[in-house]
Design a protein around this ligand. Structure first.
Ligand code: XLS
Ligand code: NI
Ligand code: NI
Length: 443
């Protein structure tokens, strides 16, 4: 376990470091499954997940929604001076992160400290907080999983940042990305994320989609070049999302982003950061998006949360569906793990979850569900015929004419000939219920 780091004030009084107590424990402030040193499939749980706290939801979000103002009234958000308030917030964040023993955190530039309209002033505020964060990271051993820039909240970005029809707006986005990259590099950040918040359109009537996408690609090239020139060795992630806040976002889903990265020659530097609730908004399962990324060798990182089956928006709830996460862990394990990234809790406690303690329950639950899913998925892989069932479905391609087809050595006439000679194919079950039961058996 690492050190608990508090500032002058302790914000989460009465809560010590959260310990692993095992499944017999009734303590709601303990891990029942997440045991950071436990080895599963050759790696510790800590390494498998690289769990991260999302600064924006846990320390900036305040419970407000389109129908009402803040409900999360927390001590770290009270100092009227922006830089002092930012330091309080960082004290609270590192106290929280170290009490939960989270090895990582993630932020947008404006999460760390409030921005105004003066570029130089914003840069010097961010730099001051980067210095503050550096000390915290050194004291605690906590690392930055990824940094990013918020190019969607300010009014100037209402028509997008790098895809804005106005070049002048694009340059403001570039200034922010430069500063956020500098901060990420200074803090040893392992990755950098681009989520295309408003990089999309509300109506095609006023949109030159082709030109906007070309600008987007050029912007990414320019940012990548700057970061590499300044020593950034990590991976860039694109985080797909189909819509919200725009009607149509260019980074619609994994398949769309992969096509975009290929077209604009960005595959050497970019991978995907997959968010559960974005997958479901795109009409896919989380598992589908993971598999698409894994098959392309681009499974970089995860934004963990969940949607609501009855709501059609990004509700960003903490994960708690064991079946969904177990199926996800099967894909991640088979893919050999996440490439460079980790599991960032891009999730928020509900508007009416108003206690600071609720932040702990939420993360403990999320970490435990992933840990339990990992153990279950590993058992399924080791002990059951899960993989064999799937392999056998394709066994007709393993040798003979099937293999020759895979190798590209059969013509359409050859295929017809085979069909003629062999009559009607056997009816073969896909065994879905068998496999679904298997997952539940191991849970
Ligand atoms: C919003 C996104 C955002 C990104 C970071 O829906 O999930 O939080 O993860 O900009
Ligand atoms: Ni996200
Ligand atoms: Ni999201």
């Amino acid at each position: 376990m690492g050190n608990v780091i508090t500032g002058e004030k302790e914000f989460f009084k009465g809560i010590g470091q959260i310990q692993f107590e095992g499944i017999e424990s009734d303590n709601p402030m303990a891990f029942r499954w997440y045991d950071e040193n436990r080895l599963v499939a050759g790696k510790s749980m800590k390494e498998h997940f690289k769990f991260a706290c999302a600064y924006w939801h846990s320390f900036v979000g305040n419970g407000s929604d389109p129908f009402g103002g803040p409900t999360h009234i927390f001590e770290w958000d009270k100092n009227p001076d922006p830089v002092e308030r930012a330091k309080d917030k960082m004290d609270a964040a590192f106290e929280f992160i170290t009490k939960l023993n989270l090895p990582y955190y993630c932020f947008h530039d404006v999460d760390v400290v409030d921005y105004g309209n003066d570029i130089q002033e914003n840069e010097s505020r961010l730099q001051a907080l980067v210095e503050y964060a550096k000390t915290k990271q050194q004291q605690s051993g906590v690392n930055l999983l990824w940094g990013t820039a918020n190019l969607f909240s300010h009014l100037r970005y209402m028509n997008g940042a790098s895809t804005n029809p106005d070049f002048h707006v694009l340059t403001h986005g570039a200034a922010q990305v430069k500063a956020a990259l500098d901060a990420t590099i200074a803090l040893g950040g392992e990755n950098y994320v681009f989520w295309g918040g408003r990089e999309g359109y509300q109506t095609l009537l006023n949109t030159n989609m082709k030109r906007e996408q070309e600008h987007f690609a050029q912007f990414l090239h320019t940012a990548r070049d700057y970061a590499r020139k300044n020593g950034f060795k990590g991976t860039f992630f694109i985080e797909p999302k189909p819509c919200e806040p725009t009607k149509h976002q260019y980074d619609y889903d994994c398949a769309t982003v992969i096509g975009f990265l290929q077209k604009y020659k960005l595959l050497d530097d970019f991978k995907l950061n997959i968010e559960v609730n974005h997958a479901t908004l795109a009409g896919h399962t989380f598992q589908h998006e993971l598999q698409v990324a894994a098959d392309a060798g681009l499974l970089g990182s995860i934004d963990a949360n969940r949607g609501d089956n009855q709501n059609g928006w990004d509700t960003d709830q903490f994960p708690n569906d064991i079946n969904e996460i177990t199926e996800a862990m099967l894909i991640i394990l088979e893919a050999g793990g996440l490439q460079g990234g980790g599991v960032n809790f891009d999730a928020k406690i509900r508007r009416n979850s108003t206690d600071a303690k609720d932040l702990f329950y939420a993360h403990i639950g999320g970490m435990d569900i992933f840990a339990r899913a990992l153990i279950t998925a590993d058992n399924i892989m080791q002990k059951s015929d899960y993989r064999k069932v799937r392999e056998e479905r394709y066994s007709s391609f393993d040798n003979g004419k099937g293999k020759e087809f895979e190798n590209g050595s059969l013509s359409l006439e050859d295929l017809r000939q085979y069909a003629m000679q062999n009559g009607e194919p056997e009816v073969r079950s896909g065994r879905q219920e068998y496999l679904e039961n298997l997952i539940n058996r191991y849970i």
